[in-house]
Ligand binder design. Structure first.
Ligand code: PMP
Length: 307
């Protein structure tokens, strides 16, 4: 269940949680026309509460909105500030922040270039998406029978509500089969990503992750991990992976705002490697080190929320 808080930022104003409602004929509900972001705010040991890569998320929000012809009637800076304000107004030390740019009420039909856009920002407490045990030991995943959307169909690199019908099919099928998460293959049968996470394979000391062309969402955690891994001295390559490479991997891990850095213990009941994760452990530790100060934030990724 969602943990309710006091206020939601709705079209420029903080309103009580229960009042942030929308009409049943909202375009986004009818056609999935909602560009959105999921962002985390962390309680850090050295800089108070910080939003992690707020700016990168807001840039992706505007990109997703542009692709689907959703006008956002606020500037990037206004949305950036509003995200921080929403965390602060609810007195949250850490939070998951969901920003929605919904095509609103006014027209029926997918065309609708004149619908108003409803922008909302919700910040609420949210722990480990895949659980604490998952973070320590790794999760069991299964390759889905559902493929990710092919290039030239629904743009997989865009974060919009309608795109998540694909994630829903992949993740529900996986859970019904006893896995914690499902992995989608791209249209050509190469590995794409998890239902809500990007995927990395470690093999012979190299780190490999599928490229944008493999119908992935360009994850901000993926980008952070590529940067951190390179900084640690690892070779990281973006390359197509045949499915069986998942069974040949020494290590596999998933990344995402919700999943953070999560190791994979098995794929389709094949254990990954020999059960040791030297590289994934190091990357996980370096990633979480950003929030304790142990990893230096050379990139300005931590954006402190002024009290
Ligand atoms: N792929 C999909 C399909 C996702 O939903 C997410 C979560 N936004 C990711 C990858 C990871 O992206 P990020 O690291 O930006 O959260």
């Amino acid at each position: 269940a969602i943990q309710e808080v006091d206020k939601i930022w709705h079209n420029g104003k903080l309103v009580p949680w229960k009042e942030a409602t929308t009409h049943v004929m909202t375009h986004a509900l009818l056609y999935g026309t909602c560009a959105f972001e999921g962002i985390r705010a962390y309680k850090t040991d050295h800089k108070g509460t910080c939003i992690f890569r707020n700016k990168a998320h807001i840039d992706r929000l505007f990109y997703s909105a542009k692709v689907y012809y959703i006008d956002i009637p606020f500037t990037r800076q206004e949305i950036l500030d509003a995200a921080a304000e929403t965390v602060r107004a609810n007195g949250l030390e850490s939070a998951y922040i969901r920003i929605n740019a919904n095509l609103g009420y006014g027209e029926v039909g997918p065309y609708s270039l004149d619908c108003p856009t409803d922008v909302s920002i919700v910040a609420f407490p949210w722990g480990r998406y895949l659980g604490d045990e998952a973070m320590a030991k790794g999760i069991k995943v299964g390759v889905s029978s559902w493929r990710r959307s092919a290039p030239g169909t629904i743009p997989a690199g865009v974060k919009a509500a309608g795109n998540y019908l694909s994630s829903r099919l992949i993740t529900i099928e996986a859970k019904k089969r006893g896995y914690t998460e499902g992995i989608g293959l791209a249209h050509d049968g190469t590995v794409s990503e998890g239902a809500g996470e990007n995927l990395f394979v470690v093999r012979n000391g190299r780190i490999i992750t599928p490229p944008f062309a493999a119908s992935i969402l360009g994850g901000i955690t993926r980008d952070s991990v590529i940067t951190l891994a390179s900084k640690l001295g690892y070779e990281v390559v973006e390359q197509n992976l045949p499915r069986e490479m998942l069974y040949a991997a020494d290590e596999i891990f998933l990344t995402g705002t919700a999943a953070e850095v999560t190791k994979v213990a098995s794929v389709d009941d094949h254990e990954v490697g020999d059960g040791h994760y030297p590289i994934a452990d190091k990357i996980q530790k370096t990633f979480f080190g950003l929030f304790t100060g142990e990893t230096e934030d050379e990139w300005g990724w931590l954006e402190p929320i002024e009290k």
